[in-house]
Ligand binder design. Sequence first.
Ligand code: 0L1
Ligand code: MG
Length: 260
Amino acid sequence: MAGYDHRSIAEELHEAELKAQAVSRITGRIPGFTLAEGYETQALLAELHRNRGERIVGRKMGMTSRPKMLQMGVNSPIHGFLTDVMEVSDGGELDLANRIHAKVEPEIAFFMGKKLSGQPSLAEAMGAVDCVVAALEIIDSRFQNFDFQLPDVVADNCSSSAFVLGGVRCRPGNIDLANLGITLETNGRPQQFGSSAAILGHPGRSLVELVKMLDAEDKVLSPGDLVLAGAATAAIPLERGSRVRGVFGGLGKVEMRVKA
Ligand code: 0L1
Ligand code: MG
């Protein structure tokens, strides 16, 4: 490929993350940059994270709500990887000094109990889940002003930055995920109201779509893997010194503080 290679793009995105300095979108510089190249670049980015000693602990889904899909003109979600260093403990502190323009969104998370592969039904996917957990995802696009097209955001690991998991681990059979009410609060005030139904109608469908996409790459989900299924509300920008809390009907709450 004349003029650029995927490794140098992955290195540029990794450096943008490490230095918390945004870069311009790749498709603005390389108009032919495709979605497949975005995933190829993401795999190289994952390798750079592993080379720093990080452990891949699971996957995250993005673009799982109709409004986000319409906004990007796509009809399928995207996926990225999660590493152990991205986890902030429940009630713990997030430092914006290491981030560019971070936002937070409430998500449903799954821990897998069994291997899941191929083209599962919703029932088969949920049958492979060990437990469901309330989560917050912190996204921080490495592109200036969150200005990207789909291949860019995929290369940039779907804007992944950090995540927080709540303390309640619920068996999937003990909760109705079809319409779970979710509120995102800052400093004790509700900012966003949503429902688990915003995640492809049911967060389990996000799991199904993830496994189908992984199958196309000859990959599977394994027991112990974490999956962030997608956002239940719009993401909101984080501010220094604020307290953020997600309240999930039946799944308890999950919270974090932003360093002042
Ligand atoms: O988690 C997400 O849905 C993020 C996907 C990427 C889009 C964004 O950064 O808003
Ligand atoms: Mg998300």
